[in-house]
Design a protein around this ligand. Structure first.
Ligand code: PGA
Length: 255
């Protein structure tokens, strides 16, 4: 059976209080009550996860980062097992905003392995900083995927979601999102890299989603023409209205 499409809201470092986080989450839950064919995940700041878990089971919870060490002297870090224990089931790894703070493919690789062994599903973010006429960006994304997934077993690959998020399309300063055609090209390219590495059958359940200025206006094209298996919205996930519209578009196009 094919995996459901998946929408992952990345709240980033928002909102500023637990009270606001609970309200936002409850409003999102209310707005998606009819959804059956689409999986919904909210990646909230660490400190809110445990409380949000008590509000609803309809939405899975995820973290926005994880540390690769298992336990011990790692001041300030949070392990995959800790996240699983408080109810998180997904974790974003390798987001460009973390890579900009110094995280590299090797760090992301260790985080993926640690997440998988604790039972968390990693959402691996990849994407080039800019596009070039010689198509070097394709090679950049290929290296990201190969290095980040180095040593991941064939049995585990179906648990990983790949989010293609071109850095030039993320955030409110971004001039424009990618086009569905640009995503489609990358979608095919990523599938080829994965099938060469893990096998066609093994990757049939891997979801490849789009992130980077997704909203209720452009979501449909990415699914219809780009063949996206879902989205990773940032800003739009902070508005229950916009977020639920994206979810409903995805649901309506789900088979
Ligand atoms: P954006 O962020 O939707 O606000 O562009 C996407 C992301 O960084 O995950």
């Amino acid at each position: 059976m094919k995996s459901k499409n998946i929408i992952v809201g990345n709240w980033k470092m928002n909102p500023l209080s637990l009270k606001e986080a609970e309200k936002l989450f409850a409003d999102v839950v209310k707005s998606i009550s009819d959804i059956k064919k689409t999986e919904i995940v909210i990646c909230a700041p660490f400190v809110y996860l445990e409380k949000l878990k008590k509000i609803s089971k309809k939405i899975s919870l995820g973290a926005q980062d994880v540390f690769w060490g298992e336990v011990g002297a790692f001041t300030g870090e949070i392990s995959a097992e800790m996240l699983y224990d408080i109810g998180a089931r997904y974790v974003i790894v390798g987001h460009s905003e973390r890579r900009a703070m110094g995280e590299n493919n090797n760090d992301v690789n260790k985080k993926i392995k640690s997440a998988l062994s604790a039972g968390l599903r990693p959402i691996l973010c990849v994407g080039e900083g800019m596009r070039d006429e010689n198509h070097e960006y394709l090679n950049f994304v290929k290296i990201q995927i190969e290095e980040c997934l180095n040593g991941v077993s064939k049995d585990s690959i179906s648990k990983i979601v790949i989010a293609y998020e071109p850095v030039w399309a993320i955030g409110k300063e971004a001039p424009h999102p990618a086009t569905p055609e640009e995503f489609r090209e990358m979608n095919i390219f990523i599938k080829k890299i994965l099938s060469d590495k893990f096998g066609v059958k093994e990757i049939s359940k891997v979801r490849i989603i789009y992130g980077g200025s997704v909203d209720d206006k452009n979501a449909e094209g990415f699914i219809k023409d780009g063949k996206a298996n879902g989205f990773l919205p940032g800003r739009a996930s902070l508005s229950p209205e916009k977020f639920s519209k994206i979810v409903k578009i995805c649901e309506a196009l789900s088979k």
